[in-house]
Design a protein around this ligand. Structure first.
Ligand code: KIV
Ligand code: ZN
Length: 503
């Protein structure tokens, strides 16, 4: 097998995403999860950048076991010292030195000529090698560097002791075929290239980070630098999960290639990184987005229900996703609808399915996503037709910061009016307790949600609740411009369902 080294730079380049900074504990937590995921190298930060970054890299080096721990440094002795002094606590430390080699960077940023750059690169690698036996060198902006100069730099840093040479597409400018040829050119034109691993580091400015990395692998690269969720400077870096799953899924193209990543940890790792960096993952993100294994259209749902491989090239379980998700919406078909109803406990006849399906389509035209509670309501209203035994006649509540909440409720039941008073932890609790007294119900409130159905101060509020009782979980809904009234109606809805079930 040709093993691809997965070099994760979520904690360094990923953390350079505007708005995504991490504290020490968060870096350790992510670092530990990356170790569980099975990455080979963790670039934990840029230690010279700040005291905080130095301490974080040191903490990761001390606290994360398994992968090589790497710190970034410019080609300056003080940077290399800081990098080494933070990573030296790891069992396998690495120093990653970089220096720009493209004409644009040398002229405008560094204001140095080629020979000077070559000299500085070699000196930095030699200095780093005196401290650490694992040294990586990156000619920054390599994809825009003059090829002959790039070959000279790569040869010289390998001779100076670099065991990994990373070829960054720093500004995400390369095209996949061109970048593949660049790697091939390095293999063919650098005489001592067999003494080092070729690495790639692709940014995503044109959305080609993953494609470029994969093209490089096919042309001789054996280390890929990437990040969870594709985080990184500007448009980000190549996404780790996409690279790993492309290699694993397209075994025809990547025949004999493998990574050490435990793919079942991908989803969990993505969630953790998203939570701690505060960078949400777009729903349609490949591999780890919420929609990556969700199907809405009737044709797709029907295909997947008949045979998964019709519309899925990976199994959701393989990336740590629960299972394929059938989203019920206006594009869904009868097959998925019936299947879904069965899964939530309603085995209906063909005629009943037809009736409920018509009502479902009407609702789906008005609402983007249909939830299980919506389906329950449809079935209850269309098929089982729960009778309204109890009606709200009147309610009165008293509440405030210096009085304990109390409620007086009147319900109509078979032409009789029954009432009760109760106190509670809040006005809604007091109302629910008063209703319990009248109806003899005893349920536990498991979920309470209020949302406005219309806008403005006089908006109609809809309350959805879930009540746990002896006969399982029952959901209820009520709406009103007054949310206390909507809450009472939602509970009466539950009480009516329970009474019907009992009967
Ligand atoms: O994008 C880049 O060139 C980098 C280097 C430091 C490797 O992040
Ligand atoms: Zn980068």
């Amino acid at each position: 097998m040709k093993k691809i080294t997965i070099f994760d730079t979520t904690l360094r380049d990923g953390e350079q995403s505007p708005g995504a900074s991490l504290n020490i504990n968060e870096k350790i937590e992510i670092g530990r999860q990356l170790a569980v995921l099975g990455v080979d190298v963790i670039e934990a930060g840029f230690p010279i950048a700040s005291r905080g970054d130095f301490d974080a890299v040191k903490a990761v080096a001390k606290g994360v076991k398994g992968p090589v721990i790497c710190g970034l440094a410019r080609a300056l002795n003080k940077d290399i010292d800081a990098a080494y002094n933070s990573v030296k606590y790891a069992r396998r430390p690495r120093i990653h030195v970089f220096l720009a080699t493209s004409k644009i960077h040398m002229k405008y940023k560094l204001k140095k000529a080629e020979d000077e750059i070559l000299r500085l690169a070699v000196a930095a690698v030699k200095y780093a090698r005196r401290k650490c036996k694992d040294v990586e060198f990156s000619p920054e902006d390599a994809s825009r560097t003059d090829k002959d100069f790039l070959y000279r730099v790569v040869e010289a840093v390998i001779a100076a002791g670099a065991s990994t040479v990373n070829i960054p597409d720093t500004v995400g400018y390369a095209m996949p075929s061109e970048y593949g040829l660049l790697i091939k050119g390095i293999k063919e034109n650098v005489p001592n290239i067999d003494r080092a691993v070729i690495s790639v580091h692709c940014h995503n400015d044109l959305g080609l980070g993953v494609a470029n990395s994969l093209s490089a692998v096919l042309n001789g690269a054996r280390q890929v630098e990437c990040t969870i969720n594709g985080l990184g400077e500007r448009a980000g870096n190549a996404s780790l999960e996409e690279i790993v799953m492309a290699i694993r899924t397209r075994t025809d193209t990547f025949n004999g290639f493998s990574t050490g990543v435990k793919t079942r940890e991908l989803y969990k790792t993505s969630k953790l990184v998203s939570k701690l960096t505060g960078m949400p993952v777009q729903r349609n993100k490949a591999i780890v987005g919420a929609n990556a294994f969700a199907h809405e259209s009737g044709i797709h749902q029907d295909g997947v229900l008949k045979e998964r491989v019709t519309y899925e090239i990976m199994r959701p379980e393989d990336v740590g996703f629960g299972s394929t998700k059938m989203v019920l919406g206006k594009h869904s078909g009868r097959h998925a609808f019936r299947d879904h109803l069965k899964r939530i406990g309603f085995g209906l006849s063909d005629e009943q399915v037809d009736k409920a399906f018509r009502r479902f389509k009407d609702l789906a035209d008005k609402k983007k996503e249909i939830f299980d509670e919506d389906l329950e309501t449809i079935v209850e209203e269309e098929i089982t037709k729960v009778p309204e035994k109890y009606h709200l006649q009147h309610f009165y509540i008293s509440s405030g910061d210096e009085v304990s909440p109390a409620a007086h409720i009147k319900l109509r039941y078979k032409n009789k009016v029954m009432d009760a008073t109760s106190s509670g932890d809040g006005p809604i609790d007091a109302c629910y307790k008063a209703i319990d007294k009248i109806t003899g119900t005893s349920g536990r409130l498991l979920d309470y949600e209020v949302r406005s159905v219309t806008s403005g101060k006089d908006a109609l509020g809809e309350v959805s609740i879930k009540i746990g009782s002896g006969s399982g979980v029952v959901s209820g809904r009520g709406s009103s411009t007054d949310i206390i009234e909507a809450s009472i109606k939602a509970y009466i809805n539950v009480v009516n369902k329970l009474a019907y079930k009992k009967k």
